[in-house]
Design a protein around this ligand. Structure first.
Ligand code: ZN
Length: 390
């Protein structure tokens, strides 16, 4: 008789663990977004676990005693930071779950808890998006603290960024989400991309910066993906670029937004609401974590990051006010989802209003873009110098 096994074949003389004595892993869930994802696995009894991290791609590996898995396929659909879930028997007495992430992460918590209201135990792992170097540090720390983790061969060099100031530019909208539409039919997504590409070139020409774009083509990205990319690159500055529209046709000028719990004014609140709709416009299911955005904001505004966001916004205002039409009170704030990286100073620049014919004409004008970009580059230079000298 021939026996086939999907997992690695066991040596011929090994006995499989009795089915009845195997651990039962009977439920699997994931919740969260690309900034923070929780994984919950339920077991019929207490599992002894060991875990470690692997890179290329970034993975969390959880080792278990030989287990019977009865997960619902639908629960394994990629979600948040997790791009793929695999599991199975590794060797007699030993099973493994491999969670492949969309980018670098760290483990905020991993623990096994006894259920309060039902029999059994649950394993909870909270993973948060992080930079490449944070992931490397977490991986090494785990190897040092648990030499049996079996990942020693994975330590090596990655192409780490040099220590230049790192900027992530975020051209708003993209793909199925066109953003605002101008009076001539032009879409915001094209304006923001053209501006970001030219700004990247100008920044790279100085030789002083690492510059990354969240997208460099006509691609849809969720708001949390944009924030995660900024964190992955350990950005020193994140600039989200937009060009809104409004019913008042003669309303025009640029606005610089920072994050705040309470909007600075009604127009700022309305702008944030429009920009935060991006995920819904693209037909994405809005995840439940949106509900606690307020808590995150309260926490954020106490942090140093916020001070730097405001400092950059003011510096940018100083430079733009010489070159660009600005709205009245051009420094405003509201609850923009895309500005919520806890560790990356972030601003959102509305270049102007697509709904205003003069603004739209400017946005199409290479000369206008060039002088605006010169101002942004100057502001970044001032901000970087001040920061280096602190
Ligand atoms: Zn926009």
């Amino acid at each position: 008789m021939l026996l086939f096994s999907i997992s690695s074949p066991a040596p011929a003389d090994s006995q499989p663990v009795e089915e009845s004595s195997r651990l039962l892993a009977y439920d699997y869930r994931m919740a969260g977004d690309e900034l923070r994802t929780r994984i919950i696995m339920h077991f019929d009894r207490k599992p002894e676990i060991n875990w470690f991290l692997l890179r290329d791609p970034h993975r969390l590996v959880i080792d278990l005693p030989e287990s019977e898995f009865s997960f619902e396929e639908s629960a394994l659909t990629p979600r948040g930071l997790i791009a793929r879930v695999r599991y199975g028997r590794m060797s007699p007495g030993h099973s493994r779950v491999i969670l492949t992430a969309v980018g670098p992460f760290t483990l905020d918590d991993i623990s096994v808890l006894e259920n309060e209201n039902s029999p059994g135990f649950r394993l909870i792992a909270d993973i948060v998006s992080a930079s490449h170097s944070d992931f490397e540090a977490a991986m090494r720390e785990r190897i040092d603290s648990a030499p049996d983790a079996g990942a020693a061969d994975t330590v090596g060099n990655t192409d780490e960024e040099d220590d230049r100031f790192t900027i992530v530019l975020d051209p708003g909208h993209g793909g199925i989400d066109g953003g605002a539409q101008g009076v001539s039919g032009l879409f915001e997504k094209s304006v923001t991309l053209a501006f970001a590409l030219e700004l990247r070139q100008a920044l790279e020409d100085t030789g002083d910066y690492n510059v990354h774009l969240t997208r460099s083509t006509d691609l849809f990205l969720r708001l949390d993906e944009r924030v995660r990319i900024a964190r992955e690159h350990e950005a020193d500055l994140f600039i989200s670029i937009h060009a809104d529209s409004i019913r008042l046709r003669n309303f025009r000028g640029a606005t610089i937004y920072t994050l705040s719990e309470k909007a600075s004014d009604a127009e700022a609140a309305a702008t944030a609401a429009r920009e935060n709709l991006s995920d819904e416009i693209a037909g994405m299911v809005v995840q439940e974590e949106r509900d606690d955005v307020t808590d995150i904001l309260v926490d954020l505004i106490r942090r140093e990051t916020h001070t730097f966001s405001i400092r950059f916004a003011r510096t940018l205002l100083g430079e733009l006010s010489d070159t660009v039409n600005l709205v009245g009170n051009p420094l405003r704030s509201a609850g923009f989802m895309v500005l919520k990286a806890p560790d990356v100073p972030s601003v959102l620049l509305e270049l102007g209003y697509m709904s205003n014919p003069k603004d739209e004409a400017q946005l199409r004008d290479p000369e206008w873009r060039k002088k605006t970009i010169d101002s942004v580059v100057k502001a970044i230079g001032l901000f970087e110098t001040a920061r280096a000298g602190r």
